[in-house]
Design a protein around this ligand. Sequence first.
Ligand SMILES: *Cc1c(COP(=O)(O)O)cnc(C)c1O
Length: 233
Amino acid sequence: MTFSDDISANIKSVMDRVRTAAEKSGRTLDDITVIAVSKTVEVDRINKARELGILNFGENKVQELLNKFEAAAPGLKWHMIGHLQTNKVKYIVDKVELIHSVDSIRLAREIDRQAGNNGKKVNVLVQVNVAGEETKFGISAREARQFISAISLLKNIKVRGLMTIAPYADNSDDIRWVFRELRKLFIDISMENIDNISMDYLSMGMSNDFEVAIEEGSNMVRIGTAIFGPRNY
Ligand SMILES: *Cc1c(COP(=O)(O)O)cnc(C)c1O
């Protein structure tokens, strides 16, 4: 797949594809939150996407998120989607809409502590490494329920759902099972009605696989290159 630089045409095409996939699974475009992943993308292009109707942006590095939080148009919703080090939690806890990458008790405790210092309740997702890839962060699907009941006791943190990064595949049908597994886990955990946990968001799907992810129940997709074009590192 090749990606173009024309943000306006890209957003239109991504939204059309999101709508079609949502309809295939009995939903509408409004049921899906599209997060534009803006890592390496300049602020003027982020503001352009905002003018074109995108409200949610995702970053994977704390410093870059902070820079853009300061420089971009006010009122954008920022999502921390990358691995988060415990010692950096304090910088972002009052700035982010949602942290997608909670993968240890230690990190959850630090978010809880910093949220408490700010008099805030912070929304988080638990990152699950469904495919068990060694190169990826996230807790295993097997440990997820126990992990979530443990962090449900933290008062200033609220678990709002699950996130995964699927393995790369040339054919996204090959990784459909990953999305299906996470959806199952999402439903199982919802049915347990654990106090302080509300399974609202299933964050799965990126430029290469968002249609399959939505067909399998995703309601939050994180899309970078299909919106902004190829990244320049
Ligand atoms: C970069 C990134 C994305 C977006 O990737 P694209 O393939 O460019 O859409 C999504 N999720 C996470 C966690 C990322 O780091």
